[in-house]
Write a protein of this length. Sequence first.
Length: 341
Amino acid sequence: MTYEGDFRPHRVAVLALDGLLPFELGIPHRIFGRPRDARRRHLYEVYTCSVRPPGRVDTDADFTLHVPHGPQALATADTVIIPASYELGPVYEEGRLTDELAVALSHVRPGTRLASICTGSYVLAAAGYLDGRPATTHWADAERFQRMFPKVEVDANVLFIDDGDVLTSAGVAAGIDLCLHMVRRDFGTAVANEVARITVVPPHRDGGQAQYVQRPVPDPQLATTATARAWALGRLHEPIQLRDMAAQEAMSVRTFTRRFREEAGISPGQWLTQQRVERARQLLESTGLSMDQVARESGFSTAQSMRRHLQTALGVTPTTYRRTFRSHTGPDRPGRSGTPR
């Protein structure tokens, strides 16, 4: 591709491994292939690499892929994403890289952002990138993953974890959440939200992957907590008590709290904090309101309270966040999605 002046899109390399899941391979291409700037230039360049010279890569479906780039192309990437694969015996059984995978990863430049989708985290862990760091993977693999890689701080209750230059996601569709988060981190909420709208997915999902773990399912004839959540979202700027939310569903506080956790994977209080943080982010990016006004509009009692919650959730202060994202650029900001705090 040829670009004008100093403009260069962020280069995203997707590493296609034999036995890969086509759905997960397609997620980065779909999400990163959409963002454009005001001049309609693509903000990302996405390309697919193999651990071997260009050619055939098998999938877990009834078709194969022709991958146009070999491992050397990883050296030009700003971000490398590793989707899950079902044919990496040494990685999944012994926790070590295959020789060709180790050689391929040696092309990755220091400082390159690394990300995994689902059990692609095994590759990052086997390569040592996750030692001493928080990470997640598909909930069904979390216990085994922790046993195999004891140096990794595994959190099985989140949709993704952003640890700065290394990011991991939970199973399958959580890769969409992770990629949208990276777009949001790189170019701001407005760009990420537009991609989400085009892709027909929510820009931010509530809760973590604990809500998808198999457990006794509530009687479908019983009310859910959806009405209470919608009611609360329209009143984030007001004080909201747990009993008020429970009343929307005509439930006792105890029943409502249990049902809410079953559905969302987190408590009502944790969910409210998440929504208020998201509302504060939107206001900081899109308005010139003072910090006190943003705090009031998003439901925090004071600017100091808002500062504390944003610092915990995003790793930066409200002032730093506004300065970063009103200019549509962004540093690494560690954080987790769906983490009970």
